[in-house]
Design a protein around this ligand. Structure first.
Ligand SMILES: Nc1nc2c(ncn2[C@@H]2O[C@H](COP(=O)(O)OP(=O)(O)OP(=O)(O)O)[C@@H](O)[C@H]2O)c(=O)[nH]1
Length: 330
C-alpha cells in the first residue's frame, strides 16, 4: 500500500492573492518537496514567471481553464508525476506533496472531482484541503457578478480573507459574515499578502467530501460539468519586443483605469523598460494597480514585454494600439 500524496488546491477569484500564497509556500522553511501545477486562463503564463523558488518542480497549464478544456492535461501531469515518483530506476521528479493553483475563473468542483474519478488517482493522491483566497477589497463585487467566485467560497475548506490592509475593519467583518453565510463550516483566517503559518493550511486533512456533496450532490458524477464561462469574459495578450517608455505606460494605465476599470478584471505582465536592466512586474485588478522592479534580465531571457488582460467586453485591438504607442522612440 503506497502512502497517498497530499494535494492542496489553491483557488480564489482573479487577483485574490493565490500566487502570493504559492510563493509564500515555496519560500518558507518547511522541508517539504512540493510539485506545483499552475493553471492560467490566457495563452501566456505570467504566473510561472512570478513564482519563486527554483528547486520546486513547476508544471504549467495554459490556454484554458483547468476545470474545462485543460482537465485532461491535469490528469496527464498527475499521471506522469505519479510514474516519475514510483519509478525506482530513474526518479525524475521527487515530491511529497502537490499544490495546484487554479485560474481565478475555475470552478473548483471538477478539479476536486479529478481525484475521485480515476482509480489510480484515488490510490495515489488524497486531497488535503481546498484553500480559497478572497480579495477583501473586491470580493463583494466578484461574488455579485461571478458564479465561479461563489463556488470557490462554497467549496473551500479554508478561506484566507486576504488584503485586509485595503479595507476597514467594518468592511472585513461584513464580508466575513457573508462568507460564513455561504460556507458555515469553513475555517477562516484574515491575512495580508496571503501570509499564514503553513501548519494552518498544510497537512491538516480538512477536506470533507460530504460537505462538498451537500454543496453539489452530483459533483462526483463523471460527466457532470456544465461550467459555462461568461462569453463576454475574454483574455488576450499584449506583446511588444521594443523597449517601452515608463511615462507613456503610466499615462496609458491611467486611461485604462478611467475608461475600463470596472470591466478589466485582471491585468498582469512583465515589462521591458528602456534604460532598465531589471524586469518590471506589472499587476492590476480593476482600478488598483502596481508595478514593481523585479530581478535583472538574464542572457537566457527573451527581452520582451507581455501583458495578459482578462476582462469583459474589451476591445483587444484598441488595447494593442495603445500598448504599441508606449514604445520608446530614440
Ligand atoms: N495590498 C495588498 N496587496 C496584495 C495582498 N495580497 C496580494 N496582493 C497583491 O495583489 C496582486 C495580485 O496578487 P496575486 O498573488 O498575483 O493574485 P492571484 O490570485 O495569483 O492572481 P491571478 O492568478 O491573476 O488570479 C499582486 O500585486 C499582489 O502583490 C494583500 O494582502 N494586500
Amino acid at each position: 500500500m503506497i502512502k497517498q500524496v497530499p494535494v492542496t488546491v489553491i483557488t480564489g477569484f482573479l487577483g485574490a492573492g493565490k500566487t502570493t500564497l504559492l510563493n509564500h509556500l515555496l519560500t518558507a522553511d518547511h522541508g517539504k518537496k512540493i510539485a506545483v501545477i499552475v493553471n492560467e486562463f490566457g495563452e501566456v503564463g505570467i504566473d510561472n514567471q512570478l513564482v519563486v523558488g527554483a528547486e520546486e518542480e513547476i508544471f504549467e497549464m495554459n490556454n484554458g481553464c483547468i476545470c474545462c478544456t485543460v482537465r485532461g492535461d491535469l490528469i496527464r501531469i498527475l499521471t506522469d508525476l505519479m510514474k516519475a515518483k514510483l519509478n525506482p530506476l530513474e526518479p525524475k521528479v521527487d515530491f511529497d506533496r502537490i499544490v495546484i493553483e487554479t485560474t481565478g475563473l475555475a470552478e473548483p468542483a471538477p478539479v476536486i472531482q479529478t481525484f475521485f474519478v480515476d482509480e489510480a488517482m484515488t490510490r495515489f493522491y488524497q486531497i488535503d484541503s481546498v484553500v480559497t483566497v478572497v480579495d477583501a477589497k473586491h470580493a463583494n463585487q466578484q461574488l455579485d457578478q461571478a458564479h465561479e467566485a461563489q463556488e470557490q467560497v462554497a467549496f473551500a475548506d479554508i478561506i484566507l480573507l486576504n488584503k485586509v490592509d485595503l479595507v476597514s475593519a467594518e468592511e472585513v467583518n461584513g464580508l466575513e459574515k457573508r462568507l460564513r453565510h455561504m460556507n458555515p463550516s469553513v475555517k477562516m483566517f484574515k491575512t495580508e499578502n496571503s501570509k499564514i503559518e503553513l501548519d494552518k493550511i498544510l497537512d491538516i486533512h480538512t477536506f470533507d467530501l460530504d460537505k462538498k456533496l451537500e454543496v453539489d450532490p452530483d459533483f462526483l458524477t463523471d460527466d457532470h460539468h456544465d461550467h459555462e464561462h461568461d462569453d463576454q469574459v475574454t483574455s488576450f495578450v499584449l506583446r511588444e519586443e521594443r523597449p517601452l517608455n515608463l511615462d507613456k505606460l503610466e499615462k496609458m494605465v491611467t486611461h485604462w483605469i478611467n475608461d475600463y476599470g470596472t470591466e478589466m478584471y485582471r491585468y498582469k505582465g512583465i515589462l521591458n523598460i528602456k534604460g532598465m536592466t531589471e524586469r518590471v512586474v506589472f499587476q492590476g485588478i480593476h482600478m488598483l494597480f502596481a508595478s514593481t522592479v523585479d530581478r535583472e534580465w538574464t542572457d537566457t531571457d527573451t527581452k520582451l514585454s507581455e501583458i495578459v488582460v482578462i476582462g469583459k467586453n474589451l476591445d483587444q485591438r484598441h488595447f494593442q494600439t495603445q500598448f504599441a504607442e508606449c514604445v520608446e522612440i530614440d
